[in-house]
Design a protein around this ligand. Structure first.
Ligand SMILES: [Fe+2]
Length: 309
């Protein structure tokens, strides 16, 4: 089994019939693996290269400078050093030692709202690069939500017009994985998990390491071809589609001798909006949708389960 590849060019250039055809591809990939590649996605390769270059500049700084912008996982801003999160069991496989990766979170903020980011100083152009990439990803995410809407039998603008996405919460997670040689036995670069938000768009920088769990519980290695982005559905997508669309469980193991960088764009709903499920998803193989849940409800419950285990 392989990750499906969806060419977005016909849809983005408005080719006749492409909305339905591309939405059908997104729907099929979302019902099976919950993850797929997109190519010809409209994000300039030069911008992707810039964001990787600036991520490397950040991660190669001395640790004391990175710790000066230390953040917290539950806040989604700032630097998380390697080993920051305690190992935790999951139904997809348990980690026994903390993850080897380091992360730096950058949040997209709306004009007129105070900027909660913990910006690093002394890297000229860094902030501008991150903002430009966040804007490009936000535009791509809107297209993907449009395609998802049609795949669910709803009008193209349905999801983008929902209060839950007005505005969405969007951030980058700049990930750095050391070479496998540097990690302890049984350690993951990033533990098996599903993402908390709604949708993730991942740029991989040419170094493999990501694996997606199939429904038959086989780990599928994901290649890292230039120009392709990996889209994966996250928890709120699975919950609010009442299981029609799957949140893709995934993990990262950097088996190679080279360090690995990845840029995850994490699109989440507004924390406070409660939804039971999207129209038309009331009855699925899961049965009737449960009581309305917000992203904040889900986030708190998931972290509490992790802490209690
Ligand atoms: Fe993830």
């Amino acid at each position: 089994m392989r990750l499906p590849l969806i060419d977005l060019d016909p849809y983005l250039s408005g080719a006749p019939g492409s909305l339905r055809r591309t939405a059908a591809q997104v729907g099929a990939a979302s019902r099976t693996l919950g993850a797929y590649f997109v190519a010809n996605h409209g994000v300039p390769e030069s911008l992707v290269e810039r964001v990787f270059r600036d991520s490397a500049r950040f991660h190669h700084l001395p640790m004391r400078r990175k710790l000066a912008v230390r953040g917290a996982f539950d806040k989604g801003v700032g630097y998380l050093p390697p080993g920051d999160r305690a190992p935790a069991p999951s139904s997809y496989g348990s980690s026994r030692v903390p993850d080897a990766c380091a992360s730096y979170f950058v949040q997209r903020h709306e004009a007129g709202v105070p900027d909660a980011n913990r910006w690093i100083g002394g890297l000229p152009g860094f902030k501008e690069t991150m903002q430009a990439y966040l804007d490009a990803m936000a535009a791509l995410a809107r297209h993907l939500l449009g395609l998802q809407s049609v795949a669910l039998g709803l009008p193209e603008n349905f999801l983008n017009r929902q209060p839950a996405f007005s505005p969405p919460e969007q951030r980058l997670r700049l990930l750095h994985y050391p070479p496998r040689e540097a990690t302890a036995a049984g350690q993951f670069g990033l533990r098996p998990h599903t993402d908390l938000g709604y949708l993730t768009i991942l740029a991989q920088g040419g170094v493999e390491g990501l694996e997606v769990l199939s429904r038959s519980r086989r780990w599928i290695p994901v290649p890292a071809p230039a120009g392709h982005l990996v889209v994966s559905n996250s928890d709120m997508c699975e919950l609010w589609s009442n299981g029609r669309f799957r949140a893709a469980p995934h993990r990262v193991i950097n088996k190679g001798a080279a360090e690995r960088f990845a840029i995850a764009f994490l699109a989440a709903p507004r924390p406070d909006v409660r939804v039971d499920c999207w129209p038309g998803c009331e009855n699925s193989r899961r049965g009737r949708a449960p009581a309305p849940r917000s992203f904040a409800d889900h986030f708190a419950a998931k972290l509490q389960r992790e802490a209690a285990s």
